[in-house]
Design a protein around this ligand. Structure first.
Ligand SMILES: Cc1ncc(COP(=O)(O)O)c(C=O)c1O
Length: 346
């Protein structure tokens, strides 16, 4: 459930106008208006591409990370956060997470560091954010890049600092389940450095170097831009829905820990249950699991080179977590149904 169908019902005329406007133009260019809008929002340069996965992959390539290098990442996230490392030929090093935030643990980062580590890919999972200052200090001390995976956290901020403005390079995703979605996915790279490399990587066929086909088409860019301009409204609505879940559920399940000074976009509203059996019983009726296992337990890592810390916390969380339905357009009646189902089954 992401509510885009409901938004279309409300704003059909505006969507048709966007379609009509872009159908009269070349689809493979003219997307700079979206990059300009993102640049203004983040006060950095922006290059759009086909997906958040490509945005992360291109970030690593631009830093010349590849075979023989290691990259620290979390063992609890969507697979892209790690698979992009292997795509470059480098070795992912899986760190465990913090039990309250579900974000990468500094202790695990320190434990898993080796002189081969060239970067860290750090996602603000579920749109929530933690204080990353100690991790950034560690990166500076070791001279490694901090790649901020802000794919789930567009519009979130911590101490008034926006997700997407913290990393040496930061990335966004506009896939169908994100707070701002394109109709055909999409991604963006945010940087204060050179953007030419990203433009070259997203469009092959020109120049001396290998590139990829990762262009964003115009109509998709129009839809993303339209939704980007509604982002603060989406977030307010999601926060109201989250508050209602918090009020009704906090006595019965573990709700997400939110630090003070967090402006949470509630990309996901997650709760945890006392054990896997109860979680699975509730899941049979409602919700989705993000994520059902630590990344290193995916079968592909049987054959792919990696290192990993003990992942006790990642395992506990993946066994007990559930994402409840949330969108800017969810109704209180729909939320009541979710709440009552949980109360009946725990
Ligand atoms: C944390 C995180 N990183 C990266 C990605 C990759 O984004 P995309 O699906 O646009 O390739 C996602 C998407 O689900 C994500 O949630």
């Amino acid at each position: 459930m992401n509510g885009w169908d409901r938004e279309y019902d409300i704003s059909m005329g505006e969507y048709i106008e966007l379609f009509d406007k872009s159908m009269r133009k070349e689809q493979e260019s003219n997307i700079e208006f979206l990059e300009d809008n993102l640049s203004k929002m983040f006060d950095r340069k922006a290059v759009v591409c086909n997906s958040g996965t490509d945005a992360l992959f291109f970030s690593l390539l631009s830093l010349k990370i590849g075979k023989g290098d290691e990259v620290l990442t979390t063992n609890f996230s969507w697979i892209s956060t790690a698979s992009v490392i292997s795509m470059t030929g480098a070795t992912p090093v899986f760190c465990d997470i913090d039990i309250l935030s579900y974000h990468m643990s500094l202790d695990s980062i320190k434990k898993m560091y080796s002189p081969k580590v060239k970067a860290i890919i750090y996602p603000h999972l579920f749109g929530n954010m933690s204080d990353t200052s100690k991790i950034k200090e560690f990166c500076q001390e070791k001279n490694i890049y901090f790649i901020e995976d802000a794919c789930q956290s567009i519009g979130s901020s911590y101490n008034k600092v926006l997700a997407g403005s913290i990393g040496d390079i930061s990335t966004l995703s506009f896939n169908a389940n994100k707070v701002v979605s394109g109709i055909a996915g999409g991604g963006a790279i945010l940087t204060d450095g050179d953007t030419e490399i990203f433009k070259r990587l997203r469009k092959h066929g020109e120049g001396k170097h290998l590139g990829y086909n990762s262009k964003m088409l115009l109509f998709n860019a129009e839809v993303i831009n339209y939704r980007l301009n509604k982002l603060s409204d989406y977030i307010k609505r999601r926060q109201l829905a989250a508050k209602y879940y918090d009020e009704q559920l906090s006595e019965y399940v573990t709700i997400q820990h939110n630090p003070d000074n967090l402006n949470h976009n509630y990309h996901k509203y997650v709760v945890r249950f006392q054990n896997k059996e109860v979680r699975d019983r509730v899941k049979a009726k409602i919700g989705q699991i993000h994520y059902s296992k630590p990344i290193s337990e995916n079968a592909m890592y049987d054959a792919i080179d990696h290192r990993k810390d003990d992942y006790i916390v990642s395992k506990i969380v993946s066994d007990t977590i559930l994402s409840l339905p949330i969108s800017p357009y969810i109704t209180e009646k729909e939320q009541d149904k979710v709440i009552n189902t949980i109360l009946l089954l725990i």
